[in-house]
Design a protein around this ligand. Structure first.
Ligand SMILES: [Mg+2]
Ligand SMILES: [Zn+2]
Length: 208
């Protein structure tokens, strides 16, 4: 594959085995979170409105529950090898996520990864409940994302890795796109050129 200098990568469902945000809501939010999720999927509310409403449904989560949850977030078996691969090949890796920065920093920190730039929504925990802020929002975002990925990427040529809805605004622009799960389905249906992957092992093999 041709020379790649910059790779942007989603977090939830891409680096992590399961979507760490949705799994957290499943465990700790009241069930109405699914109603907001549906309104968002149906295009009736933006991703930001959805996130604010869902985060407000998280109540009485103890610090221990939060820590235990984060400590058990599982990542792709080959992600660490992929990070090494990008370093060895002087490829700049950046994480763009419409999820929670707290989950990302702590999860990658557990594996000793501390030097990858991360752009995500800011989750604040205080006395059992949560607040969310959107330092990277963009009023012009096509999909009303909290963290607008299309706005963050300045390069003409870049590689993108993702799995779902939060990646739609950027997937079409990627020079090389690696897609899995829902993003893979979407790309197939809409004839967007992409490479399918199941783990970062596949991506390393394709980039070598
Ligand atoms: Mg994702
Ligand atoms: Zn956007």
């Amino acid at each position: 594959m041709e020379n790649i200098k910059s790779i942007y990568c989603d977090f939830d469902g891409t680096i992590t085995k399961k979507d760490a945000v949705n799994t957290f809501f499943e465990m700790y939010a009241s069930p109405e979170w699914l109603e907001y999720e549906q309104l968002w999927i149906d295009g009736k509310i933006t991703s930001q409105e959805n996130a604010i409403a869902q985060v407000a449904l998280l109540q009485n989560v103890s610090q221990k529950q939060l820590n235990d949850y984060i400590n058990n977030i599982e990542i792709d078996d080959y992600f660490l090898e992929f990070v090494k691969f990008t370093k060895n090949n002087n490829i700049k890796l950046t994480i763009l996520s419409d999820g929670f920065d707290l989950f990302i920093y702590k999860t990658l920190g557990r594996f000793g990864i501390k030097d990858i730039p991360i752009y995500a929504n800011h989750l604040i925990y205080k006395n059992g409940s949560f607040k969310i802020e959107f330092p990277y929002r963009n009023v012009k975002c096509d999909i009303g994302a909290g963290m607008c990925k299309c706005n963050k990427i300045k390069e003409e040529k870049f590689c993108y890795i993702g799995d779902g809805t939060s990646d739609l605004c950027v997937a079409k622009r990627a020079h090389i796109l690696f897609a899995t799960k829902n993003l893979h389905k979407f790309c197939k249906q809409n004839e967007i050129k992409h490479y399918h992957f199941e783990s970062f092992r596949n991506i390393i093999d394709m980039l070598i």
